[in-house]
Design a protein around this ligand. Structure first.
Ligand code: PMP
Length: 282
């Protein structure tokens, strides 16, 4: 396959990273993952806006602007003949002798990108999933999409070992988000999700689903909620680029609501899928 390396296109085997790359040594870098439908990147502008924000927060300057990056990613999709799948790319601060503080001299950051084929509906679980409720042990800048995912990795692994599909995390009883997704509940017809502050990543799918809710006239509250509220919710679901809107039907050993995907959850999923179909047809 072909990969993107800075401004060049290489064969996968040629994509080598320096052992002193700060992304490799410190996780000092940022990334984005997008879905490709019919050869086009879905919600591209929102992803690029978030990338620029992540770069600003880490004081990392991109090697070139996001318009040029989008052109390169388009070419990557074409060269690999991807109709449906994912684009992943990351940018690290670059390679230099290991020291925590930023390099004094200017070094080039390192951008790498790849694509992966996946069917149109891959990773969707409309029947619902089971989650584990686990402690959120991550740092306090979860709003930045950085390569540092160890807190997410450990929780995701623990959930897997418990026989769950993912974990929903909480800080002292306040639900934040999932290890790879945002978390929503529905109570008495109201959609509730954690506000977009430094405790969660503001998912592009989260933003899109809030827009869908407004369009459908579903009342929304962006506020914190407790694990108690999660356990007593009428409905729960997670959102991400991969899973779109996925019902949560079990939390540890307890079912959510009547143990079936909720009506508002399914309304949002249907609206989401319609928008995807429209995007494909455009
Ligand atoms: N939160 C976390 C921690 C994530 O890793 C992701 C997936 N990147 C999300 C939320 C969802 O973000 P998005 O909707 O942009 O995929």
């Amino acid at each position: 396959s072909t990969i993107l390396y800075n401004d060049s296109f290489l064969r996968r085997e040629q994509g080598k990273v320096d052992m002193e790359d700060r992304g490799y040594q410190f996780g000092d870098g940022i990334y984005e993952a997008l879905r490709v439908y019919n050869g086009k990147m879905f919600l591209l502008d929102l992803h690029m806006k978030r990338l620029n924000r992540s770069a600003r927060e880490l004081r990392l300057s991109l090697p070139y602007d996001t318009n040029h990056l989008a052109e390169n990613l388009d070419r990557l999709i074409r060269e690999n003949q991807i109709d449906y799948g994912y684009v992943y790319f990351q940018i690290t601060r670059g390679a230099i002798a290991r020291k925590h503080r930023f390099p004094e001299q200017k070094i080039d950051c390192v951008l790498t990108g790849s694509v992966e084929a996946a069917s149109k509906d891959e990773d969707l679980h409309a029947d619902g999933i089971k989650v584990s409720l686990l402690d959120d042990i991550r740092w306090l800048r979860c709003d930045i999409k950085t390569l540092n995912l160890l807190g997410n990795v450990l929780a995701n692994q623990e959930a897997f070992e418990q026989g769950s599909d993912d974990a929903i995390l909480h800080r002292d009883g306040v639900v934040t988000e999932g290890t790879t997704c945002n978390a929503f509940i529905v109570k008495d017809g109201v959609l509730i999700t954690h506000p977009a502050d430094h405790f969660i990543l503001n998912g592009i799918t989260r933003i899109f689903v809030l827009e869908l809710a407004e369009r459908l006239g579903i009342p929304v509250e962006e506020r914190t909620y407790t694990t108690e509220e999660l356990r007593n919710a009428d409905e729960a679901f997670i959102t991400s680029t991969g899973v779109r809107v996925t019902p949560v039907i079990r939390i540890d050993d307890q079912s959510v609501g009547d143990g079936k995907p909720g009506l508002i959850t399914l309304r949002l999923l249907r609206a989401f899928n319609l928008d995807v179909e429209q995007f494909i047809a455009e």
